[in-house]
Each structure stands twice: as C-alpha cells, then as structure tokens.
Write a protein that binds this ligand. Structure first.
Ligand SMILES: Nc1ncnc2c1ncn2[C@@H]1O[C@H](COP(=O)(O)OP(=O)(O)O)[C@@H](O)[C@H]1O
Ligand SMILES: [Mg+2]
Length: 331
C-alpha cells in the first residue's frame, strides 16, 4: 500500500483577477521510504500542491489519502492526530523560525504542542540536534547566530521531531551554496535511511532531483506531463517539455538523452486552462490534435508515463524493439 495516494487533485484559488487553476487533476503515489522528485517551472503549482498535502490549502476536487486514511476534508479536530505524520521544510527556514525563540524552543515547539513535558521535550531536542549534526550548545542560541545551512538543519530537526512519515521538501537547498547543498542532501538521505521517511522533493534544480529522487514527476500548469523511475526518466525523457527542461542542464550521466530544444516563452496564465494539451502554446511539435484534445498519461516503452499525443504508448505485446515502437519527438 502507498503511504500517500493522491487522485485527481484540484486546487483552485480565488483571487481578485479570477480563479487561479494552480493544481489541475494530479494523481500519483509515494511509497514508504521513497523520494519522489517534483520538477517544473516557477508558478506551475508545486508549492500549492505541497500546501494542499499538509492541508494548509483546501482541495477543490479529488482525494488525498495518507497511510490509508482519506484526509481530504478532515476537520481540525480529526486532523490533529494526522498532522505529525506529514511535515514540510522550506527554502527559507530563516523566515520560518521565530527570531525571538531559541533553537531549542523552536525545535521543541511541536513536541510541546503535542503534549510532551518540558523535560521530555528538552531531552528529545538534544537527540534531534545530534541527529542533524548540530552541537549541543545550539539549544540556547538564537537563529540569527547560524548560517543558512545550519538553519536548514534546525528546520529539519523541527520537521522530524514527531517522527513524520512524509516530509514535503519545498526547494530546501535552492538558497544554499553548492557545497552546503550537498551536505544537506546527504543529511536528508541519511535520515531517510535511518528513519524510513518518504520525501516529496520539490525543486526547479534538476541536478539536485537527479541526485536524490527514486522517481521523478514533471509538472506543467498543475498537471503531470511525464513521470518515471530514476533510470528511465533521465535516460529516455519523451515529453517535449521534459526534453526542453533537461536540455538546459548538463548531466553527470554520459548516456542520458539530451536535445537542443530551447524552451520558448513563459508559463501561460492559469486563470483559464487551454483546451487540449497544456503545453501546446510552447511546444514546437504541436498539431491540431494537441490544440483540441487533452492527451492522457500513458505508459511509454521507456517505462515513463507520458501525456503527449506524439509519444506512442507501449504495446501490450512487446514484440518490437524500443527503436521501432517509440516515436521520440525530434527536436
Ligand atoms: N495564495 C494564493 N492565492 C492566489 N494565487 C496563488 C496563491 N498561491 C499561489 N498562487 C498562484 O498559483 C500558481 C502556482 O503557484 P505555486 O504553487 O507557488 O507555484 P510554484 O511553487 O511551482 O512556483 C501561481 O500562478 C501562483 O501565482
Ligand atoms: Mg514554490
């Protein structure tokens, strides 16, 4: 059974300008101990999805199941025992930490709110400081005494305080220097191995996702364009949008497919969604069909699920070679 299962999730946000269609029919699962990477341009709905999973934004359609329980519309009281299971870490933990609270108070706050005694909470915070590689004396100091990487460790300690099953990591290393970035990624991986936590790892930095994710999801206008396991995903990306995103990034894997497609223009408005494929306005390969009919997410021979009319689905009987059955859209 999956730890997290979301089905046809929709999050539409009312604004002065109209209804923002931030998340539009997302479906995917995350297994226990798995890291799912979520990539897509700024504004495609990644943070809104994360907030919806934590029930900080309301779903306007679809379903969120955590650990077999439908949490989509639970009220505050029913959510209370669920909240510890799913936590979030942010890009800007400096902003998320109260500057007037000591590090010990900040990390201990969720414990105290959950009813832990001051003494037990203090002991647990010392344990957490050690787990995230911070010195014991960090307890009585204030957040401004720490570097960006150390503040991210404080945020991680706070997030794991109540033994969550899933952490939504929203651009957790985007503001850090490359060397510090690697340390924080290694810490997250290490904690995952020791504690069995699942991550939804949101990033616009593909190199970071390539490093950490077991599975990758590419999102555009709040919808899944392509998803697949790490090997297939990076070796044979098939959606024109994925190929354009990847084209801009050098890869550590010399076998990975790279094209010279350059992403033109900007993310279109999400106040109303286009008929047909969400990517059509920027797709160099769009046909009449793409402008009228929305492509379904279908399994391709690469092993990825792809929402593109130009990518052939995998045949049920795999009698042909990959070359014969896959029509990779040429750049
Ligand atoms: N609280 C909000 N009210 C109205 N619109 C919002 C709100 N939060 C995000 N949006 C809009 O929803 C869309 C998705 O935003 P977001 O989830 O922050 O994207 P990402 O994290 O991928 O950059 C954007 O068009 C953004 O302007
Ligand atoms: Mg965001």
């Amino acid at each position: 059974m999956s730890l997290l299962s979301i089905t046809d999730l929709e999050v539409h946000l009312p604004t002065g300008a109209g209804l923002v269609h931030a998340v539009n029919g997302l479906s995917f699962d995350i297994a226990g101990g798995e890291t799912v990477g979520l990539i897509g341009e700024s504004g495609c709905g990644k943070s809104t999805l994360g907030r919806a999973l934590l029930r900080l934004s309301s779903a306007t359609g679809g379903r969120i199941e955590l650990d077999g329980q439908d949490i989509t519309h639970l009220d505050a009281k029913a959510l209370k025992p669920v909240r510890p299971k799913i936590q979030m870490i942010f890009q800007d933990n400096a902003g998320a930490l109260n500057p007037r609270h000591t590090v010990g108070q900040s990390i201990g706050q969720p414990l105290r709110l959950a009813g832990w005694s001051a003494k037990d909470a203090r002991a647990r915070v010392y344990e957490l400081l050690a787990q995230v590689g911070l010195p014991k004396d960090a307890y009585d100091r204030y957040p401004n005494a720490f570097s960006g990487g150390q503040r991210q460790r404080i945020g991680i300690a706070r997030a794991i305080a109540l033994n969550p099953k899933l952490i939504v990591c929203d651009e957790p290393v985007s503001a850090l220097d490359p060397s510090v970035r690697a340390q924080i990624i290694n810490l997250l991986k290490d904690l995952q191995q020791r504690l069995g936590i699942s991550y939804l790892f949101i990033s616009h930095d593909l190199a970071v996702v390539e490093h950490i994710a077991d599975r990758v999801i590419v999102m555009y206008l709040g919808q899944v364009m392509e998803q697949g396991p790490r090997g297939a995903f990076w070796k044979q990306p098939l959606h024109p949008y994925t190929r354009a995103l990847l084209a801009a990034v050098p890869s550590a894997d010399p076998d990975a497919v790279r094209t010279r497609t350059v992403l033109q223009g900007e993310l279109p408005s999400n106040l109303s969604l286009p008929a047909g494929c969400p990517f059509q306005a920027r797709c160099p390969l769009a046909t009449d069909l793409c402008r009228t009919e929305k492509p379904a997410l279908r399994r391709a021979v690469s092993g990825n699920d792809v929402a593109c009319h130009l990518v052939e689905p995998a045949p049920l009987l795999q009698s042909k070679s990959i070359e014969e059955t896959t029509q990779c859209p040429a750049p």
